[in-house]
Every structure is written in structure tokens, then in C-alpha cells.
Design a binder for this molecule. Structure first.
Ligand code: F6P
Length: 548
């Protein structure tokens, strides 16, 4: 494929950007009463207002032309049809099959994957129901009260996020997530638990991840210190993986293994058996509703015209800011405390998928790819980093998300939350002019130099873009649609940049060096010489390691 930045569509957008850059959103709204109606879209439970973006009708036409140039529609079909869109690993990325509904087959190399998908879903249902009901007993005959998921990256972030977003506290089990190899993570979790009533879910696609295996071994030692006989491991350790042999090597009965497949990427795996902690926390019916919500979004993405397609529009708006305005970061700001882990999950989805600097063919990419995704729940951020969003120099496109209904009986809290959710995008868009600031200050009695000195500090340039995403309430189905929305948005951008969204070679070098350095910490010779800085640091650490 030829570089997109060499196409007429790209050149037209560059030229158009020069015309749009001086326009202020305030004026665009003032002169166009139909802007909100035209630049809003409902997809299932999600309502998107993208009218507060620095775009005109022409911008969208040109962005859609760019998408056509990149053959986006054909790529969407390739994704759903199980083609090997992950070229470097020669794998499909068929996470959409995991949430597929109905009887139609989903073929991978001519074979229907759905019987396997349904078999594991049934296994998850039986198991989660027996643990939740108390039928599944620990080695002393007591029911399970606590579940510890041990996994990292995609084997942690997605399930942990969904469990907290769906307010799992009301279920019969307490869920804990241990990911960090820092022993503090595991010890802090185990401190309050009883081995007799604790179930460990060891979640790892490869079952070779250093952090997960070390945490899993330490958890087993902790368990056996009380349980004694390794035969009891069977009632307290289950595994989720693609690697049966590794699971057996660890000592988990393959009958207690929940399988998934190499065509499921780690950051897209919460829909697979990696979602077992979700089913344990909120029940299999709600896990199923989560899958159904994601499937709704899959259908919208696959079937809607590009111009009325939510992931496509959000992806194109991202490209507009990253490639034509030089934006380097993107904020995601859910006004829902339960979604406090949402950003971390989407951060992995976006940054592992888009953090690439070569094209699918291995040539250097000719334009910026990806952006730093960050953020957190409102209103907390308003009292922390929003200052930079309002008056800082970088352009930070922001997504504001909020449920219309609260899940708590504290209705007044929710009205305050919603008023802030509405206020921030308006403030970012509108800003405050010097004349408005002067008028405001005069009313406080300030005048002359004292007043003028303050004016520049109290002005807001405005014209700062945002999307607003509203939904009735954060139930499982809506959450599924939201997560799938960001997955597909990420895929759209990867198609435009002609990069592979489904590999992550960038994490390997650090892992490899850490393995070498681990043995060097114990005085074994290294395989390759280090630079002076690393050697110096290694010597410093070794000389001060207690017991060395
Ligand atoms: O190191 C990155 C990564 O491979 C992620 O892509 C993945 O989600 C995570 O590690 C965990 O991998 P695994 O599930 O194989 O333990």
C-alpha cells in the first residue's frame, strides 16, 4: 500500500487544516444552528456528540475520503472474516467471535470457531455458578469467599476494570487482582485472606509471563504452607490460558483450565475466558450481557455507513488532531467513579496497538501514529490536571463520558456530577475572552492596572475539542458497547496509518534485558556488556542489596 500522506486526500486535508485552524468553535456554533443535530449520533445505548470538534462538514467529507483511500471498509470486513490481519504473528484478530451471537458460523481457515467458544462459555457458566452458589468447596469443605486473579496487562486490566465498573461488591464473592511483580501487591492482598476460602485464577495467555508465574508460585507456596498436601491445589487454583502444557507444568489440573486461542490478542481478551473473574463477580448472565453489548457495537461498526459509524468517526477525529494538528495526547474522562479503571484498560488497547513506527510492510511510517492516552474519573481531574486542558499550550482532545442515571440513591450527587460533565466541554469549547474577563473583574470593583494585570491570566482561549458520550446507565450491555467502541476506533486508526494493531514487539526488549540482569544481580556473568550507566547502576544496586 502506498503511503497515505502521499495521497490527494491527505494533501486536501493539509490544505483544509490551514483554513480551519483559525476558526473558533464559538463562531461555528453561532453561525450554524443545525450543528448539534448534524454532529451527533446514536449507536445502541451510546449517544455521541462530536459537534465540539474543530471540524466543518467539509472536514468530515475529506476525512471520509481519506478512509476510503485507505480501503477502510475492506479492512473492517477482513477483521470480521478472520483474515490474518496480525501479519507479523500470522494470526487473525477474531475477538469479535468471542461475543458473536446467533447460530451463524465464524470461520477461521475454513473452520467454525464458535463450537469452541460456546464450549468454554458453558464451562465458565458451570464453574462460576458453582463457586457463587457455594457448591464448590475448598479443601476443608468451606465455600469460597475470595477470588484472586493473578495476571498482568490484558490478563488483568480488562477484567479488573469491568469488575469495578459493574459494581461487583454486591455479589457473594470478593474479587482481588494481583498483577505487579512487586511482592507488595501479592502480600497486601493475601494479608486478609484465608487459604481455606480463597480461589486463585492464574490468567496468562502464554503462561510464561515472568510476573504472573512468580506471583502464582508465591501464592501456591502461601496456600500450601497451610493446606500442606499439594493435592488440595486442585480445589483452589484454576488457570486461563492458551497453553495447556505450561498450565500442567505449573501443576494445575487441565480439567480446571479455561481455554482461549492464539487469535485472541491479550488486550482484546476480556471477552474470552480471561473474563472468568467477571463471571465470578457479577454472574454469567451479566458477563453474557457484556458480550451482547460488544456484539451490538460490532454490528454497528460492520454494517453502518462510514459517515454514521461511531468508531469510524471517533477514529477519524483522532487522526485529524494527531496528524493535522500535532496533538500528542488524548484524555478520556469518565464521569462515573465505577469507571475509575476504564482509562488504564483503554490505554493498553490504544498504546500497545498504535505504538508502532513501521508500516505493515516494515517501512518507516511517514506520519505520527498513536497518542498518549491518559485521564481518570471526573470530577477529581478537574481539581488536578484540568488546568492544563483549559489554559495549557498543548492541544488535548478529550472524551467526556457519563451515565444519565445514577446507580446510587444519592440523586443530588448525580445532578452535581452531570452539571460538571456538561460544564467542562462547554468551558473548553467556549473559553473566556478578555472583554468577558474585564467585565467580570469590574463587577468586583477592580480597575486600572490592578485589573489589567489579571486579565491575561484569567482568559481562556477556548476552541479546545471534545467528544461527549452519554448513556442511560452503566449496565453490562452498555459497558460492553463502550469497550468495543474504543477497540474499533483503535483499529480504524491503524488502518489509516497502515500499521499492525495486533502485535506488540516493543515490550520484548525490556523483558529480555531484565532476564539477563536478574542473573547478573546474583553475580552470574551477563551475556552482553552493558553501557556505562547500566553497569554503574547494577554495581550500585548489587553493593547495597541486603544479604549480598
Ligand atoms: O508484555 C505485554 C503483554 O504481552 C501484553 O500484551 C499482555 O496482555 C500481557 O503481556 C500479559 O501476557 P500473558 O497473558 O501472556 O501473561
Amino acid at each position: 500500500m502506498s503511503d497515505l500522506n502521499q495521497t490527494p486526500a491527505w494533501a486536501a486535508l493539509e490544505q483544509h487544516q490551514r483554513a480551519v485552524a483559525p476558526l473558533h468553535l464559538r463562531d461555528l456554533f453561532a453561525r450554524d444552528p443545525g450543528r448539534f443535530e448534524r454532529f451527533t449520533l446514536q449507536a445502541g445505548p451510546l449517544f455521541l456528540d462530536y459537534s465540539k470538534n474543530r471540524v466543518t462538514d467539509e472536514t468530515l467529507t475529506l476525512l471520509l475520503a481519506l478512509a476510503n483511500e485507505a480501503q477502510l471498509s475492506a479492512w473492517i470486513e477482513r477483521l470480521f472474516r478472520g483474515e490474518r490481519v496480525n501479519g507479523t504473528e500470522r494470526r487473525a484478530a477474531l475477538h469479535t467471535a468471542l461475543r458473536h451471537r446467533g447460530d451463524a458460523p465464524v470461520l477461521l481457515d475454513g473452520r467454525d470457531v464458535m463450537p469452541d467458544v460456546r464450549r468454554v462459555l458453558e464451562q465458565m457458566r458451570k464453574f462460576s455458578e458453582s463457586v457463587r452458589s457455594g457448591d464448590w468447596r475448598g479443601y476443608t469443605g468451606q465455600p469460597i469467599t475470595d477470588v484472586v486473579n493473578i495476571g498482568i496487562g490484558g490478563s488483568d486490566l480488562g477484567p479488573a476494570m469491568v469488575v469495578s465498573a459493574l459494581d461487583a461488591d454486591c455479589g457473594p464473592l470478593r474479587l482481588h487482582f494481583v498483577s505487579n511483580v512487586d511482592g507488595a501487591d501479592l502480600s497486601r492482598t493475601l494479608r486478609t485472606l484465608s487459604p481455606e476460602q480463597t480461589l486463585f485464577v492464574i490468567a496468562s495467555k502464554t503462561f510464561t509471563t515472568q510476573e504472573t508465574l512468580l506471583n502464582a508460585h508465591s501464592a501456591r507456596d502461601w496456600f500450601l504452607a497451610q493446606a500442606g498436601d499439594p493435592v488440595h491445589v486442585a480445589r483452589h487454583f484454576v488457570a486461563v490460558s492458551t497453553q495447556r502444557d505450561e498450565v500442567v507444568r505449573f501443576g494445575i489440573d487441565p480439567a480446571h483450565m479455561f481455554e482461549f486461542w492464539d487469535w485472541v490478542g491479550g488486550r482484546y481478551s476480556l471477552w474470552s475466558a480471561i473474563g472468568l473473574p467477571i463471571a465470578l463477580a457479577v454472574g454469567m448472565d451479566r458477563f453474557d450481557a457484556l458480550l451482547a453489548g460488544a456484539h451490538d457495537m460490532d454490528e454497528h461498526f460492520r454494517r453502518s455507513p462510514l459517515a454514521r459509524n461511531m468508531p469510524v468517526l471517533m477514529g477519524l477525529l483522532g487522526v485529524w488532531y494527531i496528524n493535522f494538528f500535532g496533538a500528542q495526547t488524548q484524555a478520556i474522562l469518565p464521569y462515573d467513579q465505577g469507571m475509575h479503571r476504564f482509562v488504564s484498560h483503554i490505554q493498553q488497547v490504544v498504546m500497545e496497538s498504535s505504538g508502532k513506527s513501521v508500516t505493515r510492510e516494515g517501512r518507516p511510517v511517514p506520519c505520527a501514529t498513536g497518542s498518549v492516552v491518559w485521564g481518570g474519573p471526573g470530577t477529581n481531574g478537574q481539581h488536578a490536571y484540568f488546568q492544563l486542558l483549559h489554559q495549557g499550550t498543548p492541544l488535548v482532545p478529550a472524551d467526556f463520558l457519563a451515565p444519565i442515571e445514577s446507580r446510587t440513591p444519592l440523586g443530588e450527587h448525580h445532578r452535581v456530577l452531570l452539571s460538571n460533565f456538561l460544564a467542562q466541554p462547554e468551558a473548553l469549547m467556549r473559553g473566556k475572552t478578555a472583554a468577558e474577563v474585564r467585565h467580570e473583574l469590574e463587577r468586583t470593583g477592580l480597575k486600572g492596572d490592578d485589573l489589567e494585570r489579571l486579565v491575561p491570566h484569567r482568559c481562556f482561549s477556548g476552541n479546545r475539542p471534545s467528544n461527549s458520550l452519554l448513556f442511560q446507565k452503566l449496565d453490562a450491555r452498555t459497558l460492553g458497547a463502550l469497550i468495543a467502541l474504543y477497540e474499533h476506533k483503535t483499529f480504524v486508526q491503524s488502518v489509516l496509518w497502515n500499521i499492525n494493531a495486533f502485535d506488540q514487539w516493543g515490550v520484548e526488549l525490556g523483558k529480555q534485558l531484565a532476564r539477563d540482569l536478574l542473573s547478573e544481580l546474583s553475580d552470574a556473568p551477563g551475556r552482553a556488556p552493558h553501557d556505562a550507566s547500566t553497569s554503574g547502576l547494577l554495581a550500585y544496586v548489587r553493593s547495597r542489596l541486603s544479604g549480598h
